[in-house]
Write a protein that binds this ligand. Structure first.
Ligand SMILES: C[S@@+](CC[C@H](N)C(=O)[O-])C[C@H]1O[C@@H](n2cnc3c(N)ncnc32)[C@H](O)[C@@H]1O
Length: 314
């Protein structure tokens, strides 16, 4: 297994603003790994196809003529469809809602006073916004088509998750975050990326999505599925059955000489993904340096091994 070339240099680059951050701040997003991944993606891509696009950190950083993007989670796709139809005027709509609910907004210096910040050092945003957030959540749950409110729930919600209960109500508690400069920059980048792009969103299972497309040799299919051996909200719907289905499908793509790249975790907390280990043997694989924040902490670095697997050369 090879290491992604120029790793150290590229890793540093990810701290600069050359890479676009998705306004979804999605759990497990690929933002910090994009410098390494882009180095391994094909140099020329006609249509970029992503079967598990999540918050979109990957596609936002890829240059292609056309983009076909899919995720099984209907809420994330609804939000992509909604946000991609917006422009900078949308910010005014958000600021009006923020003012209406009396939420904090660091970007506009509307934040808890000093005494609250001193008393609740790590939770002052959550304390300040709790009531306003619950009002916002109740209003959204009364009209689930109101996606501006859903986007704000994501921005002010715990760990910026999108979580619904069995009844279909949004049920995340308030988080210790608010609308700050990072959110503004991510929205700006998203709107400018979307401008004039040929791009479609799909809300399907990965296999149904890929089977629907007329795939060509100069297209590139990137896959960042839920990881079988790690735990995350979206891993709940993923099992060995899905994992096998994915590998069988990728083998078919390979036999048709269609280019794919797959991200995954080979080892995590003492567990090894055996299905992946076997699948990888037929392709070229690279180690991706992850756990970015704990970069100097060897114990954490060794705990998880992220890989990128591809079936093309350039
Ligand atoms: C690891 S995340 C992708 C993160 C994304 N690369 C990013 O940077 O934000 C995996 C995604 O797969 C989606 N997913 C789970 N099962 C799926 C399926 N059967 N077909 C398509 N998407 C699925 C989840 O909703 C989740 O968004």
């Amino acid at each position: 297994m090879k290491e992604a070339t120029l790793f150290d240099e590229l890793e540093d680059l990810s701290l600069s603003f050359d890479y676009l951050r998705s306004p979804f701040f999605y759990v497990g997003d690929k933002f910090k790994l994009m410098p390494q991944l882009l180095n391994l993606f094909p140099k020329h891509i006609n249509t970029y196809i992503e079967a598990f696009c999540g918050g979109g950190s990957s596609f936002l950083n890829v240059r292609a003529k056309k983009y076909l993007l899919n995720d099984k989670d209907e809420h994330i796709i609804n939000l992509h469809r909604f946000l991609s139809s917006k422009d900078m005027n949308f910010l005014e709509e958000l600021f009006k809602l923020i003012a209406h609910y009396k939420l904090s907004c660091s970007l506009k210096n509307i934040s808890p006073d000093l005494s609250m910040k001193k008393e609740f050092k790590k939770t002052y945003f959550a304390r300040f916004n709790k009531e306003a957030y619950l009002n916002l959540r109740a209003d959204f749950n009364a009209d689930k088509k109101d996606l501006a409110r859903l986007y704000l729930l994501l921005i002010y919600g715990f760990n910026r998750f999108l979580r619904f209960n069995a009844k279909g109500d949004f049920n995340l508690p308030v988080g210790n975050v608010d609308f700050n400069l990072n959110v503004l920059n991510a929205l700006k980048s998203y709107f400018s990326f979307m401008k004039g792009k040929e791009l479609d969103f799909y809300n399907l299972d990965f296999e149904d999505f890929l089977k629907k497309l007329d795939l060509k040799k100069d297209d590139f299919i990137y896959l960042d599925p839920p990881y079988l051996i790690s735990s995350s909200e979206y891993n709940k719907l993923w099992s060995e059955k899905e994992e096998k289905r994915l590998y069988e499908f990728l083998a078919k793509l390979n036999s048709k000489k269609l280019r794919f790249g797959l991200s995954n975790i080979l080892r995590h907390k003492g567990k090894t993904n055996k299905l992946l280990e076997k699948f990888m043997q037929n392709y070229e694989s690279f180690v991706i340096k992850s756990n970015y924040i704990s970069f100097n902490d060897n114990s954490i670095k060794k705990d998880s091994l992220e890989v990128f697997i591809r079936n093309y050369k350039d």
